[in-house]
Design a binder for this molecule. Structure first.
Ligand code: FES
Ligand SMILES: [Fe+2]
Length: 386
């Protein structure tokens, strides 16, 4: 249970808020590169409560700047791009990728007015076909090269889920809540080979990039070895796990993007090892949109993502944590909240939070030794986390 003040401290995403400043220390995807085309090279995006436009100029370079034109507030989402940047559709003011104003067509040629105008602009990078934004202080850290994003020994694709009307921390708490599996996902869990068993134990271990989760399910018959399921929450907004897929395994990165205090967008990147079907790093993987709700506005509970999103959204725009009753089965949720509070405080005291990467040697590929013995994926090395 949290007081209203504690709840705000952990959840609010705006600039200057405690959690908002922490979240600004990490990269977040804002769009898929394939959404920007020659015909439509500009897309309005909202992230951490800020309205921005992401664009691709005619030279192929990406930019990310505030949506509101600093002249008289028209949206730059309707602008035009050229080789230098983006131009407002209203009176033609033009901006480069760093937010400098390059032209003001209605001003005298010798005017220095444009030198005194600055549009907020942020770094944007492409990886695995996603466009990632960094809204924090410079110098920006490295964009993490998680294995699912850069492995080349198989096939990769991306799903962009429809907007979920709730705060980002609700999906993240769900990622350290193993006891919901057999209930919320009961029917589809059966299809995935899960068997309810109440003798399970759950451990949450802090590691370099977040929280390592270990689920141990007793063997089905006496004498059978216990089965382990281990995967991480990548602090602060990502879940990395593995599921069954057509006789093999699908490695999954679920990135929960804090759009604003009460909206979250999930980008799901999947990677399936394959001998024949390969996704090179320099080729953008295919992507598709997924609708979590039916035409009647209700969640379609036939899929796992919709089951989860139903639980998150119905907890409230920002779940009122003063109303809850936490039990022993919620120890992962309590673990995450403590870690989040600790990391927010580190940033407030001028420090660098966990999992921020600055060493290129470490970032060639970040392999995460995910296993799930229930679906037949065993650890092949002695490598252990922590
Ligand atoms: S409002 Fe953008 S140029 Fe005038
Ligand atoms: Fe779930």
């Amino acid at each position: 249970m949290l007081s209203r003040e504690e709840n705000d401290y952990l959840t609010r995403v705006g600039r200057g808020t405690p959690a908002g400043e922490l979240l600004r220390r990490y990269w977040h995807p804002v769009a898929v590169a394939g959404e920007l085309t020659t015909e439509q090279p500009i897309k309005a995006v909202r992230i951490l409560g800020e309205n921005l436009v992401v664009f691709r100029d005619t030279a192929g370079k990406y930019g990310l700047i505030a949506e509101r034109c600093p002249h008289r507030s028209a949206s730059l989402a309707y602008g035009r791009v050229d080789a230098e940047g983006i131009r407002c559709a209203y009176h033609g003011w033009k901006f480069d990728h760093s937010g400098r104003c390059l032209q003001q067509p209605a001003e005298p040629d010798d005017s220095t007015f444009k030198d005194r105008v600055r549009q907020p602009a942020y770094p944007v990078e492409k990886l695995a076909g996603l466009l990632w934004a960094y809204l924090g202080p410079q110098p920006a850290p490295l964009l993490p090269r998680w294995d699912v994003l850069v492995r080349e020994d198989g096939k990769r694709w991306t799903v962009i889920e429809s907007m979920i009307d709730c705060n980002w921390l609700q999906p993240m708490e769900n990622s350290v809540d193993p006891s919901h599996l057999y209930w919320l996902h009961g029917d589809s869990a059966h299809l995935m080979g899960h068997v309810p068993d109440y003798g399970e134990t759950h451990e949450f271990i802090r590691f370099e990039y977040g929280i390592w989760k270990q689920r141990t399910t007793p063997g089905k018959k006496p004498g059978d070895p216990p089965q382990r399921d281990e995967h991480p929450l990548l602090f602060p907004t990502t879940l990395r796990h593995v599921a069954k897929y057509k006789g093999g395994f699908r490695h999954n990165l679920q990135i929960r993007v804090p759009v604003d205090d009460t909206h979250t967008r999930v980008f799901r990147v999947s990677f399936v090892p394959s001998e024949t079907d390969r996704s090179p790093e320099d080729v953008d993987p295919p992507f598709q949109y997924s609708q979590l709700k039916g035409p009647d506005g209700r969640f379609d509970l036939s899929t796992v993502p919709a089951q989860d999103a139903m639980a998150w959204e119905t907890q409230g725009g920002i779940a009122d944590r003063s109303l809850e009753n936490l039990g022993v089965g919620d120890k992962g949720v309590i673990f995450l909240r403590k870690l989040l509070k600790e990391q927010i405080d580190i940033v407030r005291n001028g420090g660098e939070p966990m999992g921020v990467i600055r060493d290129p040697q470490k970032n060639r590929i970040i392999e995460l030794d995910v296993i799930n013995e229930r679906i037949g994926l065993f650890r092949t090395t002695d490598k252990k986390v922590a």
